[in-house]
Write a protein that binds this ligand. Structure first.
Ligand code: 5RP
Length: 227
């Protein structure tokens, strides 16, 4: 309950930063869903005129559409004013790990197309070093076992993401997700990205470097701070 209130506090704080006529990027995950709700609430109650909302996942697009936001495809829009998204890990240099919701590739494209990516989270997401939890890596289905072997040859432990029924989880792009785990948090996450991104079959990892702008950390008492 406390964590949910903290996520809502950050989400509401971010919704207040949206101005009329903006094109807004919608992230994915539970904190981003609270933002979508808070934004729709402002649009309905304060006559906030959002020009368009571009979603990073089918689930966020469906939620936004249901709540009356003017959802548009990123294929029809090249520049987004503000994207608001959650994160799984945030380090002191504003480097992130994302993708527990399986949408990090679209989230990264959306963040890169945005003038600013605002990150919303509760304080459990703050880490000294990235790599405390898993690093999601999106993998093309063709030759996936061979790609996984290359990842393991680099010394990383990994597991295919699965649905509750045991079937393989597929991203909105129709690809597989390989969750990598590390023996200890990472001193040089950029070096890990550099190794992985050059493997044929790897679409992208959940590392987000130099993409996060303001970070809003919410607290269970409803307050939030901006970093
Ligand atoms: C989805 C993501 C999410 O933003 C991240 O997993 C955080 O999720 P939540 O807000 O539910 O804690 O990257 O791909």
């Amino acid at each position: 309950m406390g964590q949910e209130s903290a996520k809502k506090a950050a989400a509401k704080g971010a919704a207040k930063l949206i101005e009329s006529k903006m094109i807004v990027g919608l992230g994915s995950g539970s904190t981003a869903a609270f933002f979508i709700e808070a934004l729709a609430h402002r649009a309905q109650t304060e006559n906030l005129q959002i020009k368009a909302a571009v979603a990073s996942s089918r689930r966020s697009a469906e939620l936004g559409e249901r709540l009356g936001l003017p959802i548009q495809d990123l294929n029809d829009i090249c520049r987004v004013d503000l994207t608001v998204d959650g994160a799984d890990e945030i380090d002191p240099e504003k480097r992130l790990i994302k993708g527990r919701g399986g949408a990090h590739v679209r989230e990264k494209i959306l963040a890169a197309a945005s003038s600013e990516m605002i990150v919303i989270a509760d304080e459990t997401k703050l880490v000294d070093r990235l790599g405390v939890g898993v690093l999601p890596v999106e993998i093309v289905g063709f030759g996936a076992p061979a790609t996984r072997m290359k990842v393991e040859d680099l010394g990383y432990k990994c597991a295919w993401r699965q649905n509750p029924d045991g079937s393989l989880y597929l991203s909105d792009n129709g690809n597989l997700l390989l969750d990598l785990s590390f023996e200890a948090p990472l001193s040089h996450p950029e070096a890990v990205q550099e190794e992985l991104i050059h493997l044929p079959g790897v679409v992208d990892t959940g590392f987000f470097f130099q993409l996060a702008g303001r970070i809003l950390i919410g607290y269970p008492n409803g307050s939030f701070e901006v970093r």
